[in-house]
Design a protein around this ligand. Structure first.
Ligand code: F6P
Length: 328
């Protein structure tokens, strides 16, 4: 054990995701198990700058494993992007004798953490918490599985009304620049078309495909559109374009938005969060720093922040083929 670490702090930052609470719980309980003191920091890096700390023990995190969101709250801090902000953050950590930090969030969180680590040499471990599943080096991020289930449940409901009225629905899902949510929920919900940023289908092919599916006897259709997809200016303009080009269809739009970030985490996300939270404290005790704890081929792995942020996470192209085949 690295004897220099006696006290750690944990925060959640960026877009919240279901399972963040379970990850905090795992961090706090492994800290107690390993005889470390542990503080929580409210509102991510912003709370770190504004000195919003709370002491956490095993009982402070009871009854939260099933709760969505993050009880520590989250923020996207502009002040942490400045040197002055980071200096304040460091001073606050030192004034509380905190030796190391665990940050739960996505690529923005890891970027901030990496800069902070290089400037102030404080050990930091990242835990991937985002519904987008867009972090390189981990097969899954915390919250992604729950978001997928939320999307599939919503599209199942849309399917009922789409088929009753013989309508074409465009359903926009989150994911920022990544198509993981769209592709996987699209397959899971039986969508006719899935539009993702990683593959530009082009409007002509889309129209052709819709005409073909009409001719094949389909009376209603669902198109899942990733928010980062570039095919139209936005989902409404795409809907207008399809409506004008194919008047035989009645086109409707649903934007699922932040519903995808809420709700009780799935069992998969709870277990993942528990493993990664425990792994984060283990990593500090092993003297690791500036790495993300992730999961790869069912094993906990440690990935340098630079690789997690800048490496290209590849979309599974086999899934695109599967989507094409099963939607015919
Ligand atoms: O990164 C998670 C995410 O939900 C993205 O899918 C989405 O683009 C973004 O956050 C929305 O952020 P905000 O809640 O700040 O509008």
């Amino acid at each position: 054990m690295n004897t220099k670490i006696n006290k750690i702090a944990v925060l959640t930052s960026g877009g919240d995701s279901p399972g963040m609470n379970a990850a905090i719980r795992a961090v706090v309980r492994n800290a107690a198990f390993s005889n470390l003191e542990c503080d929580g920091i409210y509102r991510g890096f912003q709370g770190l700058i504004e000195n919003e700390f709370v002491e956490l023990g095993p009982r402070s995190v009871k009854n939260i494993i099933n709760r969505g969101g993050t009880f520590l709250k989250s923020a996207r801090s502009k002040d942490f992007m400045t040197k002055e902000g980071r200096q304040k953050a460091y001073d606050n950590l030192k004034s509380r004798n905190i030796d190391a930090l665990i940050v739960i969030g996505g690529d923005g969180t890891f970027t901030g953490a990496s800069v902070f680590n290089k400037e102030f040499d404080i050990p930091i471990i990242g835990v991937p918490g985002t519904i987008d599943n867009d972090i390189n080096g981990t097969d899954f991020t915390i919250g992604y599985d729950t978001a997928l289930n939320t999307v599939v449940e919503a599209i199942d409901k849309i399917r009922d009304t789409a088929s009753s009225h013989d309508r074409l629905f465009l359903v926009e899902v989150m994911g920022r620049d990544a198509g993981d949510i769209a592709l996987n929920s699209g397959i899971g919900a039986g969508a006719e078309e899935i539009l993702i940023p990683e593959e530009n289908m082009g409007v002509d092919r889309l129209l052709e495909s819709l005409q073909k599916s009409r001719k094949s006897g389909k009376t209603s259709s669902i198109i899942v559109v990733a928010e980062g997809d570039q095919i139209g200016k936005n989902i409404t303009s795409l809907a207008d374009f399809i409506q004008t080009s194919l008047p035989e269809y009645e086109v409707k739009v649903t934007v699922l938005g932040h519903t995808q970030r809420g709700g009780s985490p799935s069992c998969f996300d709870r277990v993942l969060a528990s493993r990664l939270g425990v792994g984060a404290v283990d990593a500090l005790l092993e003297g690791k720093s500036n790495v993300m704890v992730g999961i790869s081929h069912k094993k906990v792995v440690y990935v340098p922040f630079d690789i997690a942020i800048n490496g290209q996470k590849k979309l599974d192209t086999d899934l695109i083929r599967v989507a094409d085949i099963v939607s015919t």
